[in-house]
Write a protein of this length. Structure first.
Ligand SMILES: [Zn+2]
Length: 270
């Protein structure tokens, strides 16, 4: 048995911690990039908002305006906002790719035990993309890192984000479900090519990823299927049911059971 003196033990623990930290950053270079954003040609223009130095002043002003509007959408959808992600606005795709694990899309969010970030590329300069990413971050903030990563199906995570993203959703919640039914009908050939919810639980299943490439047709079908399901469920359970499922999953309750039971509880009794 190895016997270490107190000093040796402290040194070994310290070395091991440094090793873990280095491994963590090497494994996820985007997280390191986010944490060192201020040394990469980005400036802070508001608390928790960084923009690429190549961003013009009018674009910076619109960004701040859109962020404000997105905050309002999140607060009205959730009742309050718990997420405090740092926002990083990139001026081109090359910058964006340094921060995002997935290179597609107009924005992405990164949640880690040491912080969370929303990264936007120039296409993300609008309230819909920002609110969408904030909604992912909100789930992350309310559930914590472990639970958000391991307990939520991808269709629920994306479906929720769609509820505050009016590119695809009707701003009026009472018309949202019917809008998704129509979209789903068109994109899935009356449901014939629609994925089942159990097929879009994982990230790869949702995006139809093969050899690192997302399948755009499958991705679109997964989005409308998620939007249709989540708008249907929320139409029944409302904000009350939403807050309840978050609480239950945080308490360790299995997602599928909680989802079903909350729906049954809110379903109109005949
Ligand atoms: Zn999303």
């Amino acid at each position: 048995m190895i016997r270490w003196s107190g000093k040796q033990l402290i040194i070994n623990i310290l070395l091991f911690s440094i090793f873990l930290l280095a491994a963590y950053y090497l494994w996820f270079p985007p997280i390191w990039a986010c944490q060192t954003v201020r040394f990469r040609g980005f400036s802070k223009i508001a608390p928790s908002v960084y923009v690429s130095d190549q961003t013009s002043k009018p674009r910076q002003d619109s960004l701040l305006q859109f962020i404000n509007q997105a905050h309002k959408r999140i607060r009205s959808f959730w009742g309050a906002q718990s997420g405090e992600a740092t926002i990083i606005f990139c001026s081109n795709r090359e910058e964006y790719q340094k921060f995002c694990l997935l290179y597609e899309g107009a924005g992405c969010s990164l949640g880690t035990p040491t912080g969370s970030w929303i990264i936007l590329n120039p296409d993300g300069l609008n309230v819909d993309v920002i609110a969408h990413e904030m909604c992912h971050d909100e789930l992350f903030a309310r559930l914590g890192w472990m639970k958000a990563k391991s307990s939520l199906p991808q269709w629920f995570d994306e479906g929720m984000a769609l509820m505050v993203d009016y590119r695809y959703s009707d701003p009026d919640p009472s018309r949202r479900y019917i809008g998704y039914v129509q979209e789903w009908d068109i994109l899935t050939n009356h449901g014939k090519t629609a994925p089942h919810l159990q097929d879009i639980v994982t990230l790869n299943g949702f995006f139809g990823t093969q050899r690192g490439q997302a399948d755009p047709t499958r991705t679109a079908q997964s989005y409308v299927t998620s939007g249709k399901e989540v708008s249907r469920w929320l139409g029944l359970v409302g904000q009350d049911g939403l807050l309840r499922i978050i609480q239950q999953v945080r308490d360790g309750y299995e997602f599928d059971n909680a989802y079903r039971e909350i729906e049954q509880y809110h379903r109109p009794k005949l």
